[in-house]
Design a protein around this ligand. Structure first.
Ligand SMILES: [Zn+2]
Length: 270
């Protein structure tokens, strides 16, 4: 579903880890949900977080031998993302890592420094036991917005569910929030979040020039991820043969993929 894996370590979707660490890792393509008014902020209180954040930044800076500018996030989708600047490393880290034991801090450094796959596994393992905390920070009562300007995702999902899945798929579906106006090189058109049982599509697809069968294909692909829960979710590199065979049952799959590649630039512009 994504054209090139995003360069980040994600909480709910695992990107390919085999490629060498790139110089610059992307900020999330799937943005954080807007906190609703009155929602309790899941980030720890500033006074409580600051000493831990300063300690974490210091440890990472020592390990990486680089000045580290650390930002804490409560992004539901991303654990760690970073950008290398000439004079420092800009690092965004999920607040679950505050107060993490030393091996975990070392794993963050290894992931950032070398794109280390074992470090990635360790970080995922560490957060696995804490996912309840993340889940509970879900914006309460704020449903996903499924009706866009051009496409009603719920209608698409329900039609596909009837025609291809005998109504067995159960998800919430909606448009992701529009990401910031950063220059991007990758785009993830859709993700399936197994813990929340929801599908989110990139808003770049909600445009008049996007053919309906392309949106259908992205939704169909995301629905397959619920059907094949063993899929590690690292689109597009590691789907099982069964997954891919099932996906080929989708009419116009080839045309949809071709369209995505031919219009990548326009999609990146949003
Ligand atoms: Zn996929």
């Amino acid at each position: 579903m994504s054209l090139r894996s995003p360069m980040q370590l994600t909480l709910f979707d695992v990107p390919a880890a085999s490629s060498p660490a790139p110089e610059r890792r992307r900020l999330p393509e799937t943005p954080e949900p807007a906190p609703s008014p009155g929602e309790q902020r899941p980030l720890p209180a500033r006074t409580e977080a600051l000493p831990h954040a300063a300690e974490l930044a210091h440890q990472l800076s020592t390990l990486l031998k680089l000045p580290v500018h650390l930002t804490l996030t409560d992004n539901r989708a991303t654990l760690v993302s970073f950008r290398r600047l000439p004079e420092e490393l800009r690092l965004r880290v999920h607040h679950l890592f505050l107060g993490a034991p030393e091996p975990v801090v070392r794993a963050i450094a290894a992931f950032v420094g070398r794109g280390d796959a074992r470090a990635q596994a360790l970080l995922e393992e560490y957060t696995r036991g804490k996912r309840d905390r993340v889940r509970h920070t879900r914006r309460p009562g704020a449903p996903l917005k499924s009706r866009g300007q051009c496409f009603d995702l719920r209608a698409i999902y329900e039609r596909l569910n009837t025609t291809h899945f005998q109504g067995h798929i159960e998800v919430d579906i909606g448009w992701a929030r529009r990401p910031g106006r950063k220059q991007r090189k990758t785009i993830r058109l859709g993700i399936y979040d197994d813990r929340l049982r929801e599908i989110r599509l990139h808003p770049a697809l909600d445009q008049p020039h996007v053919p309906a069968f392309v949106v259908d294909a992205v939704v169909f692909h995301a629905m397959l991820h619920q059907l094949f829960p063993e899929e590690p979710g690292s689109c597009p590199s590691s789907h099982s043969p069964e997954f891919l065979e099932r996906e080929r049952a989708f009419p116009l799959l080839e045309a949809a993929l071709r369209w995505q590649h031919e219009h990548l630039r326009a999609l990146l512009r949003g």
